[in-house]
Design a protein around this ligand. Structure first.
Ligand code: NCD
Ligand code: ZN
Length: 335
């Protein structure tokens, strides 16, 4: 059995920098046509110069692969219309992090209220620049996403023309919020479609499945599956593939992030096939995002086949999800 995907897109990806960039970027560039690249470097990507320099380093790292890095700025309340107008040709979105909520987000926004963010959000809305949000409060870890929903709703109401993407949603409440506001969209990761908190911490602790937002309850995973498998037009695939070196994961003080870039398409094919929904993988992994972002990706044809794929133990110094295990699908060819 085979499945052909046209220009798969990863709408939430961490490529890092330096040696890590060189080792992980080719893996995404091989099987995806483009990806939204997160700006949470150290220091974060907050200027047009930094965006362009980072993009050049990504293009150098991927060599000959046909792959478009879609760049993002790290949200700052100081961005005004004039600056964003200048930035617009170089970026696809701006990513907002509540300060300190996840890896390298210390420079994020302290309090998110629409008055304080008015200038920047109005400019983004006028210029048609999507706002991507890591939506978690600083409350109890299992409730952080749910507690953030009123913020999403206030922003969606205040800025009805602004495209707002709830990044890596993990709860049934976020799925429900999608229906209440026309301008709210969401990315969903592979791992949140596959695991709950049980797989992370129900038995022996699994550091390679630890991420932010933490995987939630079975009913949350069911809600995510229902919209992803149906390729609901407001959801798109965003791996949130977030590589950390093995020593930073297998440590006291484990870094948050699951590395899925090289296994994402085979694992998605396996998941969608197991639910009899293979036909919906194309819209979930590309078409929906093209419509939401108004984006036409480079042409790339990825053929997947139902043949066993043994996931490597490591890619460079990074342990992937399903390390050493066998997946039912593999990438047969990329054109
Ligand atoms: C991401 C990272 O490592 O950069 N970590 C994660 O657990 N997902 C940041 C993020 O997207 O929260
Ligand atoms: Zn992320």
């Amino acid at each position: 059995m085979q499945l052909t995907l046209n220009s798969p897109l990863d709408m939430h990806l961490h490529l890092r920098d330096g040696e890590m960039l060189k080792s992980v970027a080719p893996l995404s560039a091989h099987s995806f046509a483009a990806a939204i690249v997160m700006p949470n470097l150290v220091p974060p990507v907050t200027t047009i110069e930094a965006v362009n320099a980072y993009k050049a380093r990504i293009l150098e790292a991927i060599g000959e692969e046909r792959f478009e890095p879609l760049m993002t700025l790290f949200f700052k309340e100081s961005y005004d219309f004039a600056y964003l107008e200048k930035a617009k040709p170089y970026i696809s979105a701006i990513k907002l992090y509540p300060a300190g909520i996840t890896t390298n987000s210390e420079g994020g926004v302290g309090t998110i209220d629409s008055a304080a963010l008015q200038m920047t959000l109005t400019a983004m809305s006028d210029l048609g620049i999507p706002l991507l949000i890591h939506g978690e409060s600083n409350g109890f870890v299992m409730d952080r996403e749910k507690e953030f929903i009123p913020v999403y709703e206030e922003l969606a109401t205040q800025f009805p023309e602004l495209t707002i993407v709830m990044e890596h949603i993990t709860t049934k409440e976020s799925v429900a919020a999608l229906e209440r506001h026309e301008n709210l969209y969401a990315t969903i990761t592979l791992h949140h479609l596959l695991i709950t908190l049980d797989e992370v911490a129900g038995g022996m602790l699994q550091p390679h499945l630890f991420c932010k937002p933490i995987a939630k309850r079975p009913e949350d995973r069911e809600a995510l599956l229902s919209v992803a498998l149906a390729a609901h037009p407001k959801v798109m695939f965003g791996s949130d593939s977030a590589p950390h070196p093995q020593h930073a994961k297998e440590a006291c003080g484990c870094a948050a992030g699951v590395f899925t870039a090289p296994i994402a398409l085979p694992a998605l094919a396996q998941l969608f096939e197991s639910h009899g929904k293979l036909d919906n993988l194309q819209p979930f992994v590309s078409d929906n995002a093209q419509i939401i972002y108004g984006y036409t990706p480079p042409e790339k044809t990825v053929v997947l086949e139902k043949k066993p794929f043994r996931v490597p133990q490591k890619y460079g110094d990074v342990v992937p999800m399903y390390a050493g295990e066998e997946l039912a699908w593999r990438i047969a060819s990329v054109r």
